[in-house]
Design a protein around this ligand. Structure first.
Ligand code: HEC
Length: 363
């Protein structure tokens, strides 16, 4: 919590810093093109903006081979218990690489309890994978998805499954290249999947181009929306700070907020989120803020997929979330006008990732 706030302040400093002139007027985001001309210098959108850092990776001479293997594995339904789910099944291009169903439907058509998140830039999370941060590494996360109900290969069956995969002639070549002289177990499969996921970098959105100096990359409405995002709306301070658009990314162990989604039902039915991992009552029904990259492409929204439209998701967040016994005080009604919300949504369109996952030829 403390760290989050520091991050928020750092971002505020980054976007307001460098402006030596006394501020003439507060930013008037979203109030139309005419108002925009009056206060160009104080608008957050006109200040230096943070850019995505490179992902730091330890040297690994076999990384390229692991990526090639992991790419195939990610798309292969033979990993799953029922030969009916690949990792890709729930993280598809057409859904912005998040899920399509409100809660994901696992192998054997069994519904899970949560919505599949967008996985672009997932490798920037540090020690906090899943909505509740229960997995410390991407490798743990991959084993969880593979052995758990997502893929239903069976927690205690993964080493056997890995050996079976490695015995398929086409795969044998890929495994030999990536892990020469190593007995293939679940660890190697999880590592290859994770190396592939570490290539899923989204850093060429309109926002990124704009932050790098291409001022035409965001149009006027999107720039006004960015003002609302960083200013009056306070979206980009505590929870969705650029350049990640999730303050949980880059923060060791993640950060978690209760915004009230899913709490408006009997208490014993509520997904308690982070509390289950941390055992701290203050984490009750708190979840990682997702990155907003690709948010326009990835309905439905929130950890339970309960909100179908982006307009409604923005409205809930900008009016203070859903009241409950543990709602985070960082949320409040920001009093945005309809025009400001429209600008904000136009800006979110500037976070669309142009890349897509390529379908590999399976061995
Ligand atoms: C049946 C759908 C489904 C399948 C199949 C699936 N996932 Fe997911 N994935 C989800 C859901 C749902 C979550 C969120 C679960 C949670 O947080 O409790 C998730 C979360 C993740 C995350 C964490 C993202 C974050 O923000 O922390 C990663 C990474 C991921 N999946 C990768 C994979 C990989 C790798 C595989 C294959 C081994 C896979 N998924 C298979 C549905 C699926």
């Amino acid at each position: 919590m403390k760290r989050t706030f520091v991050l928020g302040l750092a971002i505020t400093a980054a976007v307001t810093g460098g402006c030596k002139k006394k501020q003439a007027a507060p930013p008037q985001a979203g109030s139309g093109a005419a108002a925009q001309q009056d206060v160009p210098k104080t608008r957050p959108s006109q200040q230096p903006l943070p850019q995505l850092p490179d992902l730091e990776l330890a040297a690994d001479p076999k990384r390229a081979e692991k990526i090639e293997l992991g790419h195939a594995l990610f798309f292969d339904q033979r990993l799953s218990g029922g030969n009916d789910r690949a990792c890709y099944s729930c993280h598809k291009n057409e859904d912005g690489n998040g899920g399509h169903d409100p809660v994901a439907i696992g192998s054997g058509d069994k519904p899970l309890t949560r919505h599949a998140p967008v996985i672009w830039n997932v490798a920037y999370f540090k020690g906090s994978f899943y909505w509740d941060g229960r997995a410390k590494t991407l490798e743990d996360n991959a084993k969880g998805a593979w052995g758990g109900p997502n893929m239903n290969a069976g927690k205690d069956n993964l080493d056997k499954k890995a050996a079976e995969l490695a015995a398929i002639p086409g795969y044998k070549k890929l495994f030999d290249a990536a892990f020469p002289g190593t007995e293939i177990k679940a660890d190697q499969v999880a590592n290859a999947l994770s190396e592939y996921e570490r290539t899923l970098i989204c850093k060429d959105t309109a926002y990124d181009k704009y932050a790098a100096g291409d001022k035409a990359a965001l149009d006027d409405q999107q720039q006004r929306g960015l003002d609302v995002f960083l200013g009056k709306g306070q979206c980009g301070m505590t929870c969705h700070a650029p350049p990640y658009f999730s303050t949980a990314m880059g923060a060791e162990g993640g950060v978690y907020f209760n915004v009230g989604i899913g709490t408006d039902q009997p208490e014993d039915k509520v997904d308690v989120g982070r509390t289950k991992v941390s055992n701290r009552p203050e984490d009750w029904a708190a979840f990682k803020p997702p990155s907003l990259r690709n948010v326009t492409k990835s309905p439905p929204y929130f950890h339970n997929g309960s909100v179908a439209k982006l307009e409604d998701a923005v409205k809930i967040m900008a009016t203070g979330g859903i009241a409950n016994k543990n709602k985070n005080p960082a949320l409040a009604d920001r009093g945005l006008t309809d025009a400001e919300r429209a600008d904000l949504i136009a800006f979110l369109g500037g976070l669309e990732c142009p890349g897509k996952l390529e379908e590999p030829k399976l061995p």
